[in-house]
Design a protein around this ligand. Structure first.
Ligand code: NAP
Length: 248
């Protein structure tokens, strides 16, 4: 089902993990894919190559989305390459875990800049284009942690709760322009981000998942692609948990 033929997508943090799976899912559906990365060029090249093997156009774009100017430049470069930006998936994200009592200002600034400011300014740049196109699909990566909190992740949780507010406000601003803005909130997904969790933390996480197992990046990618479809036009401002029942 190449339902996204003729569409161009930008996925931030498309080099690894969930972002890579999103790139591949969109490519499978026929979209041209801009694979953004910050440091992992080899991984980004591999993502793009795998998109091409699925019959899609794909290109890599290096940009650190923690700066507003870099976000603007990224969207401009993608538009120059593909002629349009129909889909934006704000996936790039980092964690700096630790107890609130030991929180460091630089960790707060870095996490909020990457996870929240990056999404905001990529949306700003992309939505200007999308308004002119009178079409757009924006999908933001939140987290179950942003909805429910998690000890040791106050800063990360704040950034992901911020994504929910950003998503809902932008959804209201852009709805009349045929631009939808939704969020996916993953639970515990097997990626590099969760591979660093200590065994005790991992076991505690798993115990809280009714499905009894972690999710795969592809589980999240299918939900993101669902929001990004042309047909999902009357669906905006929503937060969809992909979490094996964790947040129920
Ligand atoms: P991951 O495996 O650690 O991958 C993170 C991705 O973000 C990489 O592609 C990385 O690119 C990119 N990135 C980091 N900082 C960046 C920056 N400043 N500019 C551009 N790209 C940047 O993480 P993941 O588990 O796939 O998570 C993806 C998203 O899902 C994140 O927003 C995360 O918060 C969210 N999430 C994940 C889980 C989970 O269980 N895994 C749960 C809930 C929510 P480089 O490799 O090039 O640095």
């Amino acid at each position: 089902m190449r339902t996204m033929e003729g569409m161009a997508a930008l996925v931030t943090g498309g080099s690894r993990g969930i972002g890579r799976a999103v790139c591949l899912e969109l490519a499978r559906r026929g979209a041209a894919v801009a694979v953004n990365y910050a440091g992992s060029e080899t991984a980004a090249r591999e993502t793009a190559e795998r998109c091409r093997e699925l019959g899609a156009e794909a290109e890599i774009f290096r940009a650190d989305v923690s700066g507003a100017a870099a976000c603007e430049e990224l969207v401009r470069a993608v538009r120059e390459r593909f002629g349009r930006v129909d889909i934006l998936v704000n996936n790039a994200g980092i964690t700096r875990d630790g107890l609130l009592m030991t929180a460091r200002e630089e960790d707060f600034d870095q996490v909020i800049a990457t996870n929240l400011k990056g999404a905001c300014f990529c949306m700003k740049a992309a939505s200007r284009l999308m308004v002119r196109q009178r079409f757009g699909r924006i999908v933001n990566l939140s987290s179950v942690v942003g909805l429910r909190g998690n000890p040791g992740q106050t800063i990360y949780a704040a950034s992901k709760a911020g994504i929910v507010g950003l998503t809902k406000a932008a959804a209201k601003e852009l709805a009349a322009k045929n631009i939808t803005v939704n969020a996916v909130a993953p639970g515990f997904i097997e990626t590099d981000m969760t591979a660093v969790l200590p065994e005790k933390g991992r076991a505690a996480m798993l115990a809280g998942i009714p499905a009894g197992r972690p999710g795969a990046p592809e589980d999240v990618a299918r939900a993101a692609a669902f929001f990004a479809e042309r047909d999902s036009a009357y669906l905006t401002g929503q937060v969809l948990c992909v979490d094996g029942g964790m947040a129920v």
